[in-house]
Ligand binder design. Structure first.
Ligand SMILES: Cc1ncc(COP(=O)(O)O)c(C=O)c1O
Length: 322
């Protein structure tokens, strides 16, 4: 990062940012990319680019776009939202097809469903991955109803590694993809939004208006490039460690986990005798950080700083809760 060659990305001449954007665009088989400060801004810029006020966005009931982005779809896009509930955060083509409403033919009773978003991996689903044929079929029903398609791929590399599918194949039928550098990839800051040249040109305008243009951001992009070159395949280790924790929990009587939903780097679990906030407090006393994500469930995430020894520590501490 300290040695990064920088320019001024607001003026479009930071070579390190340009390199990062084209690396990710190429990995996804898309024409162009746009570096933004966060996954939330990347999704916000994408939604804004795809929609006009009065449109409706279709996304899963527990998606990040709906739950955790400050209502940006409403405040920034003026869109309404349709929220079919999938299984473990994953939509099906049937759910999407039924959820898309069109102004046309409804005597203008309905908003105009114009964008379908899927999240891969699905965070609140447990870090679950879409099967490729499901992703393709969702894109197909969306296109048939004249909707654009967006992947919130904050953790798409986890999905790619877990399903052994290239990003190009995974995202082939989608118009845009948002990818976080600062999650499993381990870079400190940033996300990249990819799509067609035309889409990214329009997205660039919204990034500007949202205040997301950064000047000597090659310093940050350099960490993203490092992550792409070094930290993708190692995610297998995170997935293995998450599964080890899930298997251990599965064998304990006082805590429960849906082991099938543990497909990547997350473990959602609940404890019989404690609320999730009590569990996370007790774990914090042992130096283990985790979220209580609902009144009943905690979320453990494995990442590049978590070792086998840490995993054993988590298992021992959870075991002692009983
Ligand atoms: C699925 C998903 N999308 C988007 C985001 C937003 O990323 P950021 O925290 O960089 O805004 C997150 C963050 O956890 C996420 O889990």
């Amino acid at each position: 990062m300290a040695n990064a060659e920088v320019g001024d990305d607001v003026l479009g001449d930071d070579p390190t940012v340009q390199r990062l954007e084209s690396m990710i665009a190429e990995m996804c088989g898309k024409e162009a990319g746009l570096f933004v400060p966060s996954g939330t801004m990347s999704n916000a810029v994408a939604l804004k680019t795809h929609t006009v006020p009065g449109d409706e966005i279709v996304t899963e009931r527990y998606s990040h776009i709906y739950l955790y982005e400050g209502g940006g779809y409403a405040a920034l896009c003026g869109s309404s939202i349709a929220l079919p509930e999938g299984v473990n955060g994953l939509l099906t083509p049937e759910l999407v097809q039924h959820a898309i409403r069109k102004q046309s033919g409804s005597q203008s009773h309905y908003p105009d469903g114009s964008l379908v978003c899927v999240e891969n991996t699905a965070n609140r689903g447990g870090g679950t991955c879409y099967e490729q044929d499901v992703l393709d079929a969702i894109a197909e029903v969306s296109k048939a109803k004249n909707c654009s398609t967006h992947i919130d791929g904050a953790r798409i590399f986890n999905a790619s590694v877990a399903t052994n599918t290239s990003l190009t194949r995974m995202t082939q039928n989608y118009d845009s993809v948002s990818i976080c550098l600062s999650k499993g990839l381990g870079a400190p800051v940033g996300s990249v939004l990819v799509g067609s040249e035309e889409f990214i040109e329009q997205a660039h305008r919204w990034r500007k208006m949202f205040g997301g243009g950064m000047r000597q951001s090659g310093i940050l992009a350099a960490a993203g490039i490092y992550a792409l070159e070094n930290n993708i395949q190692r995610m297998e280790e995170d997935h293995r460690r998450a599964k080890t924790i899930a298997q251990a929990i599965d064998e304990m009587d006082h805590v429960s986990v849906d082991a099938d939903a543990v497909q990547t780097n997350m473990v959602y679990f609940s404890a019989n005798d404690y609320s999730a906030s009590e569990v996370s407090q007790k774990m914090a006393q042992a130096g283990i950080d985790m979220f209580d994500i609902s009144p009943t469930h905690c979320r453990i995430v494995t990442h590049l700083h978590i070792t086998d020894q840490d995993v054993q520590n988590v298992i021992d501490t959870l075991s002692a809760l009983g």
